[in-house]
Design a protein around this ligand. Sequence first.
Ligand SMILES: NC(=O)c1ccc[n+]([C@@H]2O[C@H](COP(=O)([O-])OP(=O)(O)OC[C@H]3O[C@@H](n4cnc5c(N)ncnc54)[C@H](OP(=O)(O)O)[C@@H]3O)[C@@H](O)[C@H]2O)c1
Length: 248
Amino acid sequence: MSISENQMVVVVTGATRGIGLAAVHRFTRDGWKVISCSRGKPPPAFIKNPLWIEHFEADLSVREEVADFTKKAVALVGKTGLNALVNNAAESPKAEYHERLGCLNGDLDAWREVFELNFFTPLLLSRGFASALHKQLGAIVNVTSIAAHAIHPFAGSAYSTSKSALSSLTREMANEFAELGIRVNAVAPGEVRTQMIGPEYDALIPRIPLNRMGTAEEVAAVIYQLCNNEFSYVTGSEIFVTGGQHLF
Ligand SMILES: NC(=O)c1ccc[n+]([C@@H]2O[C@H](COP(=O)([O-])OP(=O)(O)OC[C@H]3O[C@@H](n4cnc5c(N)ncnc54)[C@H](OP(=O)(O)O)[C@@H]3O)[C@@H](O)[C@H]2O)c1
């Protein structure tokens, strides 16, 4: 599928389900074209969407696959460039007996794997797409987490610190990418009902001022607005989408 010069194009990672898939729907609702990436295939309904340009199957925790995906996607957008990159794909693994991957347990290699996907891949992709984003004076949104900012009872320490690092990276990138005219922001979701969270998370609802979990669509709406040109003076911000849970 070709891309015309006045067409808005976004790259979304982790788009086969959850927040990433909701983001795809939000962007296409306003006529954006989408390039996506994850290990699996998107649902059939997504493939039928005429604004879907391409879905790449790649394991973004493997550097060679990140490089290959970037090369192919950059070639696809060509001279037109890219309007937005959403660094959404991440993992929150449990340790051997399904307990949180903490500081005193778990293989250190498992920590490295978490950091590879949750931190280094957003950095690599942002670098790789910098030139394409510069052509359109585009935007990057990093999906962090409430767990980046406070102890979370279920999210592991590896996951939480990888998201803290991504939160800090958002600040550094916002400063450095500004020279290229690229805005960089983050969205920090709280408890959002997707495959990433288990039934034990229901116990957290009384701690949420809005007294319910969020939906993937509510997070996607904020991601979309941060990429939208109406938010052209917003960079280096991290928006909590938590129903107020981060206040405690
Ligand atoms: N749900 C929440 O409550 C919550 C809270 C705070 C932050 N977040 C953040 O929000 C983002 C989306 O989370 P979600 O809840 O929507 O998760 P999810 O439902 O588990 O979806 C994760 C997406 O990432 C893809 N993915 C996972 N590992 C990958 C890999 N190695 N390479 C490429 N793609 C990979 C998955 O597709 P494949 O399996 O096909 O690869 C899937 O499309 C994440 O950054 C997460 O940390 C979520």
